[in-house]
Design a protein around this ligand. Structure first.
Ligand code: HEC
Length: 124
C-alpha cells in the first residue's frame, strides 16, 4: 500500500509538471523578414530611419551635419563613393558605427536598406 501511494503521488506530480514545456524563444517568434519583396524608400527605408536615426539626424542642426529626414540627403549618403550609409549601419571598420551609442540595426532592416541601395536608391 505504501508503494502504491508513492507511485500514485509521483504520477500526480509528474502529470502536473512533466508534460508542460514553454520555450520563450519559441513563443515569441520574430516577425519574418520581408526583404524578398521590393525595398522602397517610403515603405522600407524611411520608417527605419524615422524610428532609429531621426532622433539625432533631423531638424535644423542634425548630428554630424548629416540630415536623414529627407530623401535627397539620404540618397547622398546611400550612394556616396565610399558607401557611407552601408558602412555606418554595418559597423564596418573605418566607419563611425551608427546608430551612435545604440545597438546595431537588426539584420532584416540592414537587408532592406542594402536592397534599396542596390536597386538604385530610388525615391519610391
Ligand atoms: C544618438 C544620436 C545618433 C543616432 C541615433 C544616430 N546617429 Fe548618426 N551620427 C551621430 C553623430 C553625433 C555623428 C557625428 C559623428 C560623431 O560624432 O561620431 C553621426 C554621424 C553619422 C554619419 C556620418 C559618419 C561619417 O563618418 O561621416 C552617418 C552616415 C550617420 N551618422 C548615419 C546614421 C544612421 C543611418 C543612423 C540610424 C541607423 C544614425 N546615424 C543614428 C549621432 C547619431
Amino acid at each position: 500500500m505504501k508503494y502504491f501511494t508513492i507511485v500514485f503521488i509521483s504520477l500526480i506530480v509528474f502529470s502536473q509538471s512533466g508534460c508542460y514545456y514553454d520555450n520563450k524563444d519559441l513563443l515569441v517568434l520574430p516577425a519574418p523578414c520581408d526583404s524578398s519583396s521590393v525595398a522602397t524608400y517610403s515603405g522600407s527605408v524611411k520608417p527605419i530611419l524615422e524610428s532609429v536615426c531621426y532622433g539625432c539626424h533631423s531638424g535644423p542642426v542634425p548630428a554630424g551635419n548629416i540630415k536623414l529626414d529627407a530623401y535627397g540627403p539620404v540618397r547622398n549618403v546611400a550612394t556616396s563613393a565610399n558607401n557611407l550609409l552601408l558602412g555606418v549601419i554595418n559597423h564596418t571598420p573605418g566607419y563611425t558605427p551608427m546608430p551612435k551609442s545604440g545597438g546595431k540595426l537588426n539584420d532584416c532592416d540592414i537587408k532592406k536598406i542594402t536592397k534599396w541601395i542596390a536597386g538604385g536608391a530610388l525615391n519610391n
